[in-house]
Every structure is written in structure tokens, then in C-alpha cells.
Design a binder for this molecule. Structure first.
Ligand code: SF4
Ligand code: MG
Length: 334
């Protein structure tokens, strides 16, 4: 698998009333072709801002103040808006939670799907229509011809989400970024959409970055998982590592708050407290006010990233003295 996206030490800040606040504080991760990385955490932890930074779609008062975003080896933080627009139209696509934000209510599905194809490809009128029908077929729309003539409001939420995915695939992107793509849908439709994204990933060999606060979704689609808390990455690992052997107290808290259908005895434990505000100054580990294991040193020093296996990292002082075997080695801090 070759590396598609490599984000290093990303810091994204916002200017507000005379203050500069960081929503993303030194985030690093990578995504390969044919791989799904899920970014998880409570809402407000910086996961959406991370992906908007990658897309070059930050709100006006937001800016990347440090780090690099390599896409196929090319640093996106150096690109002008016009170049970014081209990359968004051709190589990286994004789907959002609410398709109505991406679909224009006054144009038919056909117009919205075919217009970009006319502009960005050399296909003839007939070929454009055929391609639009193919795309709608690919995302499981039952009667594509009929769907082309419809307006977004005439479709169900699930169908609108399928149309948006079809639009995002029109340019054959190599990277698909999906921000809570199924949150607004009911459970059955949610499962279908997740399955669709997974199938398309395999068929087209795309890399997928999926942002979600739902550990059920993560279990369903992730190859690797990155857990964020208050603007930082606190744990990364394969989906097996995160679900079978979660290490960071925050990840454990997230998993404990998922209902377990196989275990009636399992009680739902929500993580006490809430995410700090962006302007809140917190010494040491940013999770310490909510952590059941907080020790003296947690209040003073920010923990480093401890490498627990080739693919598993956790940013917590608990691992300092832990005997974790990585090819016979102890955990190492980076
Ligand atoms: Fe909890 Fe300390 Fe680990 Fe932070 S470093 S998660 S406060 S034990
Ligand atoms: Mg969000």
C-alpha cells in the first residue's frame, strides 16, 4: 500500500476577539490507498477541523499555523486556493453529514451531476449522461433515469446521501473524506451507506478518512483508528488493537459508553465532565480533569506518545512503567 496522505504536526488556529486559539494541536497521521482511517472523538475535539484543513476549506478566521499535509508527496499547505479547488475537483472528495449542504435545492440531480462532468471532462453529451447513470447505479439508486430529473427535496435522506456520494465519485478521487456521513440517517440506511463506502473503497482502491463520534461505525468500517481529544491525537491503532486492547483512558471511556447488545449486564458509563473550551488553559495531560487514573505528574507534564506496537500508539503516562512487548522491547516514548 502506498502512502496517499501524510499529515505531520498539523496546527490549526482560529482568530477570535483578539485571541488566537488552536483547535488542532500538532496532529500527525497517514492514510494509504485502499485503507480506511477513522478519526473518532467527542464533537468539538478537532476531528472536523483536521479534515477541513486537509481540504483547504477552513472558515475565514481559521488558518494552518504549523505542519505539512502531503498528498501524493505534494504539500497542500503551499497551494493557492485555485490549485486547491482543482485538487478538490479531481483528487480529493468530501461528503458531509447533511447532503443538503452539498446539493443545490434549485437544480435537478441530473444537472448537478452532469454539469461538472461537462466542465471537467472531454466526454460528449451522450457520454456524460451515460456516466451520470452509471454513477447513480454504482451507488445503488434504483431508477437512475428518473432520479436525474428529480430535485434534492424530492428524495429521501438516504437517497440524497447516495446522490452526494455519486457526485463525489464523479471525478474518480483517490481520497474520500467523509465527515459523519451517516449520522442523520436511520440505522438501516446507515448500514447500507457504510457498506456502500466500503465496497467503493475496495472497487476503486481509494483511501478513506471517516470522521465519526460513533464507535459502532468505527467497528464497521475502519482499518485503522485515530482517537482525538481536545485537539490532540491520544491513541492510534488498528481496529483490532483499539477494540480488543484499548490503552488510553479516554479511548476506554469512549468504548465503555457504547451499548453492548451481547452483554445485558454491561452498564453504560459515560465519561464524566466535558471537553475543555478552546481557550481553557490546562497544564500537563489535557485529559487529566476527566481521567480516573490521573496522577501528580499528569497535571504537570504533557505525556509523550508511547509506541506500544508497530501500529499502536498511546499518549498517556500510564505506559511509562508498563511492560509492553514490542518484539520483546518495552514501550518507547516518541
Ligand atoms: Fe490520565 Fe494521566 Fe494518562 Fe492523561 S496521562 S490519560 S491524566 S493517566
Ligand atoms: Mg464535526
Amino acid at each position: 500500500m502506498s502512502q496517499l496522505l501524510e499529515v505531520k504536526d498539523l496546527v490549526t488556529s482560529f482568530r477570535t476577539a483578539g485571541e488566537k486559539l488552536s483547535a488542532v494541536r500538532g496532529v500527525s497521521f497517514s492514510v494509504s490507498q485502499g485503507e480506511t482511517l477513522c478519526i473518532v472523538g467527542e464533537s468539538g475535539c478537532g476531528k472536523s477541523i483536521t479534515t477541513l484543513s486537509v481540504m483547504g476549506l477552513l472558515p475565514k478566521n481559521g488558518e494552518i499555523t504549523n505542519g505539512s499535509i502531503l498528498f501524493n508527496g505534494d504539500d497542500l499547505t503551499d497551494k493557492k486556493e485555485e490549485e486547491m479547488r482543482k485538487i478538490r475537483g479531481n483528487d480529493i472528495s468530501m461528503i458531509f453529514q447533511e447532503p443538503m449542504t452539498a446539493l443545490n435545492p434549485v437544480f435537478t440531480v441530473g444537472y448537478q451531476l452532469m454539469e461538472p462532468l461537462k466542465l471537467h471532462t472531454s466526454l460528449s453529451k451522450v457520454e456524460v449522461k451515460r456516466k451520470a447513470i452509471d454513477l447513480l447505479n454504482q451507488v445503488g439508486i434504483p431508477d437512475p433515469e428518473k432520479c436525474l430529473k428529480k430535485y434534492p427535496h424530492e428524495l429521501s435522506g438516504g437517497m440524497r446521501q447516495r446522490v452526494m456520494i455519486a457526485m463525489s465519485l464523479a471525478c474518480n478521487p483517490s481520497l474520500l473524506i467523509a465527515d459523519e456521513p451517516t449520522t442523520a440517517l436511520d440505522v438501516t440506511i446507515q448500514a447500507q451507506i457504510l457498506e456502500l463506502i466500503d465496497e467503493l473503497k475496495h472497487e476503486l482502491g481509494m483511501g478513506v478518512v471517516m470522521v465519526t463520534h460513533d464507535m459502532g461505525v468505527v467497528a464497521e468500517v475502519a482499518d485503522r483508528v485515530m482517537v482525538m481529544y481536545a485537539g490532540k491525537v491520544v491513541e492510534t491503532g488498528t481496529v483490532e488493537e483499539i477494540f480488543k486492547a484499548p490503552k488510553h483512558p479516554y479511548t476506554r471511556g469512549l468504548l465503555a459508553s457504547v451499548p453492548n447488545v451481547d452483554d445485558a449486564e454491561h452498564t453504560l458509563e459515560a465519561i464524566p465532565g466535558s471537553l475543555p473550551n478552546l481557550n481553557e488553559k490546562i497544564s500537563g495531560c489535557r485529559f487529566h480533569p476527566r481521567c480516573p487514573h490521573a496522577m501528580d505528574q499528569c497535571l504537570e507534564k504533557d505525556p509523550p506518545n508511547f509506541k506500544l506496537s508497530k501500529s499502536h500508539n498511546s499518549k498517556c503516562w500510564l505506559h511509562e512503567d508498563e511492560e509492553v512487548s514490542v518484539n520483546g522491547d518495552r514501550a518507547t516514548a516518541t
